[in-house]
Design a binder for this molecule. Structure first.
Ligand code: AVI
Length: 318
């Protein structure tokens, strides 16, 4: 159940999105309990190649990654931003432990509950792991804690979550992260690369309809949490991919003229037939574009770890 503050934040964000032109709804609201489960199912679909690619990189190149982030096995803190269930990271944790590296795993997530579950799962497999949970907003935590961490920090930002920002926001985010990092800290970031557009589109327009459910779940959440009366029967999931911008975009399209009342705002919004509401961007980069993004945000690319199909990169920045 949402608190009053969260409720009014959602309501305010929804009002901002629906009164802007073109209309949007923020993708961060995909992730309630049902949305988290749907995202887990998305990650398990064969069409959503991103997960398998990043697994492959970690499974086949954990040693190269370790030698690059910790030459001579220097101790470090492994700080994972938005850790989720940490399943991919576990491949690295297992390898680093096997190699006898001295490190502390610090998963950061807004949800303390998710972090506790993650800790329990990880410790079942790796009982000797040093783990320190950091519940809260990335940047607030960085500001409060960064000086207090002893030793070097290696930040992980996996799964191409950076792609959920447009380039301008991604640059601002990375600049802010850079500002919070110390000289010899590093960032290992998972990024989905440009590739055959049909492969990308299928990942966001899967034949099982799971991504559709994920997008529609946003409307269900707004119905429950801010008393909206979106009728799912008259909305369709419409994903696109534009190879020029590298943006996969998801829309909800109104299939008829309709009105939606939102109780928390006491406002009614009219939608025309075939009017679109933009819900999500998942940007894909080329390696050259990533190099430019690194420079624009104050980093240098130290190394790129790619899967065998060159679909995905875990890029190490200093
Ligand atoms: C979390 N994020 C990186 C996913 C993506 O690929 O943009 C979210 C997602 N949306 C639809 N499918 C997956």
């Amino acid at each position: 159940m949402s608190t009053i503050t969260e409720l009014s934040k959602i309501a305010k964000d929804v009002r901002d999105g629906l009164t802007s032109s073109p209309r949007t709804l923020p993708s961060k609201y995909f992730y309630d309990d049902a949305g988290d489960k749907l995202f887990q199912s998305i990650m398990a679909m064969p069409e959503y190649y991103l997960t398998d690619c990043e697994f492959e990189i970690f499974q086949t190149q954990a040693d190269n990654i370790l030698n690059t982030i910790a030459p001579n096995k220097r101790p470090f803190n492994l700080i994972e931003l938005g850790a989720g269930d940490g399943s991919k990271t576990r491949v690295l944790l297992r390898h680093f432990q096997e190699k006898g590296v001295d490190f502390t795993y610090c998963p950061v997530d807004i949800s303390a509950g998710i972090l506790e579950e993650l800790k329990e799962e990880v410790l079942k497999e790796l009982p000797d792991l040093n783990i320190e949970l950091l519940a809260g907003d990335y940047f607030e935590l960085l500001n409060q804690r960064i000086g207090k961490f002893e030793g070097r920090n290696v930040f992980l930002f996996l799964g191409s979550t950076i792609g959920n920002y447009n380039e301008e926001r991604a640059t601002r985010f990375l600049q802010k992260l850079r500002d919070g990092m110390r000289e010899d800290d590093q960032l290992l970031m998972g990024v989905d690369l440009k590739k055959d557009p049909s492969v990308i589109l299928k990942a966001y327009n899967d034949p099982h309809g799971i991504t559709k459910e994920f997008n529609m779940n946003l409307l269900r959440r707004l119905n429950v949490e801010i008393g909206a009366n979106f009728d799912e029967r008259y909305w369709m999931h419409h994903p696109t991919y534009d190879p020029q911008s590298g943006e996969a975009r998801s829309y909800l399209v109104s299939t008829k003229p309709q009105e939606v009342y939102i109780e928390a705002l006491d406002e009614t919004y009219s939608f025309e037939a075939w009017e679109e509401v933009h819900t999500e961007i998942s940007k894909k980069y080329s390696l050259n574009q990533l190099e430019k993004l690194a420079q624009a945000s104050g980093f240098d690319v130290a190394e790129n770890f790619l899967d065998c199909k060159h679909y995905f990169v875990d890029t190490l920045w200093r």
